[in-house]
Design a protein around this ligand. Structure first.
Ligand SMILES: [Zn+2]
Length: 113
């Protein structure tokens, strides 16, 4: 038998490792069948929307949600300008709700919890 005929050889190209248990799972899997850990898609932020949203509502004028997302520079700018006098905070809230808010790596925050 030719080892190259192993059907897993082609399948491996679409396999990734579970972030929690290291088990090999398909790239399209939203959760690990082994441990149940939620998987994060490429280009998707590890940061969650819910804490970012709560921080934006409560401490948005301090730029708290931007610190959370790793955007320290604009977070400080937000603190100095009191959230762009509230307008910037409002824009960020809309971005968060529409799933367009990005973290410091330019990845979009997609998951609420
Ligand atoms: Zn796992």
């Amino acid at each position: 038998m030719n080892a190259n005929a192993d059907p897993n050889t082609t399948a491996n190209a679409q396999m990734v490792f579970c972030r929690a248990c290291g088990r090999q799972i398909h790239v399209s899997a939203t959760s690990c069948p082994g441990c149940g850990a939620r998987q994060i898609a490429a280009g998707e932020s590890e940061k969650l929307l819910l804490p970012a949203f709560v921080l934006c509502v409560v401490f948005g004028y301090l730029g708290a949600h931007r610190y959370y997302a790793g955007k320290i520079g604009t977070g400080i700018l937000m603190l100095i300008t009191a959230g762009g006098l509230g307008i910037w905070v409002l824009i960020d809230l809309i971005l968060l709700l529409s799933g367009s808010f990005t973290d410091s790596e330019g990845k979009k925050l997609k998951r609420w919890v």
